[in-house]
Design a protein around this ligand. Structure first.
Ligand code: F6P
Length: 384
């Protein structure tokens, strides 16, 4: 039997499903008699190896496993847990020559044949450069609640995050209705609107604002929001839910950490103004309470849903299979309900270009079926 030594690391912001990936890689590899080394805190782990903090033996997941004590001994709990048992690194400095050199040294000291990199677009970009310098064999597994990795329909973590935001919208509906309030929910996703759009539809939002359609909150967009709220009121609905992606900018095209609060204020000001210039239908909005809620990191840390566990597991198994076949520098992807793999290099090319141009590498398709669905439901998307 060909005994392989492989490594795995998780990099970038955590998300539900990372542990399920690690578990599936370790299980499948152990059955083949391979050794899997878990690199702590992304590429920082290699630096620590280079500095002597860890010996290869300390990182051998196939030996240490994650045993639980007492009656729980033998319980395979890892896939249920969010976060990453390996830790993740969202801000390393591998571009610094001394750090890059230490990473390459640590990698070489472990003497691994291939590395499974679990990361989003930023991490894949950075690690690809290191891999090129060090002649590493890598297999990438896409993960991110933002779902902005090109070529894959889904990244691990996205489905659970959609569910968390959807549930939050459901929960907020009743307080909004009881107080006749407009509740604005600020959703993560960086410069991609997938999370906001999916959860907005599933959670019954009346207005969905995403950067792909509403890059900034112009007076026209605010006016559109007010119109939608008036229409709802006239139809007998005395509350409303708005979801806004954190990637939507303010009127001055500036990123605003509190974009939901900004929108609340603008809706109040605009309805006041419209009421004063004698459009009485807007006077009704003035007395409405508007509240902004930011879900923050709650969106990243929930128990992974069964679908994310499955996706994570399938991706992990596929990565091991590719290594077994000696097919490297690939990214495993989910397309049309199937696991596939494709060359990493073209994806990195797209990611790099988009980063340089300050664009999202895999934005929401403005003409896609999700946007069409939202529009068909009468949801206002900010289009003027
Ligand atoms: O990329 C995942 C993500 O959660 C984004 O949606 C969000 O903008 C960012 O990470 C938050 O990063 P941090 O955890 O460093 O604040």
């Amino acid at each position: 039997m060909d005994i392989k030594r492989i490594g795995i690391l998780t990099s970038g912001g955590d998300c539900p499903g990372l542990n399920a990936i690690i578990r599936s890689v370790v299980k499948a590899s152990a059955l083949k008699g391979w050794e899997v080394y878990g690199i702590p805190y992304g590429t920082d782990g290699f630096v620590e190896v280079a500095h002597g903090k860890y010996q290869a033996e300390d990182l051998l997941l196939t030996k240490h496993g994650y045993a639980l004590p007492g009656m729980l001994k033998g319980l395979d709990v890892l896939q249920f847990l969010s976060g990453s048992v390996l830790g993740s690194l969202s801000k390393g400095h591998p571009e610094q020559p001394d750090i890059a050199a230490a990473i390459l040294k640590g990698y070489a000291m472990l003497d691994i044949e291939a590395l499974i990199v679990v990361g989003g677009d930023g991490s894949l970009d950075i690690i690809y450069d290191l891999a090129t310098k060090g002649n590493w064999h890598i297999i990438a597994i896409p993960k991110t609640i933002d779902n902005d990795v090109p070529f894959t329909d889904l990244a691990v973590g996205f489905s659970t995050a959609v569910d968390i935001v959807t549930q939050a919208l459901y929960d907020l509906t009743f307080t909004a209705a009881s107080h006749e309030r407009i509740i604005i929910v600020q959703v993560m996703g960086r410069d991609a609107g997938h999370l906001t759009l999916h959860a907005g539809i599933a959670g019954g939002a009346d207005i969905i604002l995403i950067p792909e359609i509403t890059p900034c909150l112009t007076p026209e967009v605010i006016r559109g929001c007010c119109d939608q709220l008036v229409n709802l009121r006239q139809s007998g609905r005395h509350f409303a839910l708005i979801v806004i992606s954190e990637g939507v900018h303010d009127q001055n095209e500036q990123k605003n950490k509190y974009i939901a609060d900004y929108l609340a204020e603008k809706i109040s000001q605009t309805s006041q103004h419209l009421c004063e210039i004698k459009d009485p239908s807007f006077c009704d909005l003035i007395d409405l309470d508007i509240r902004a809620t930011t879900l923050g990191h709650l969106q990243r840390s929930g128990t992974p849903l069964s679908f994310d566990r499955l996706l994570a597991t399938v991706f992990g198994i596929k990565a091991v299979e590719l290594i077994e076949q000696g097919i490297y520098d690939q990214v495993v992807i989910w397309r049309n309900g199937q696991v596939e793999h494709t060359d990493l290099q073209p994806i990195i090319g797209i990611i790099k270009k988009c980063h340089q141009e300050n664009r999202c590498a895999f934005p929401v398709d403005k003409d896609g079926f999700m946007v069409k669905t939202a529009k068909s439901l009468g949801i206002y998307l900010g289009e003027v």
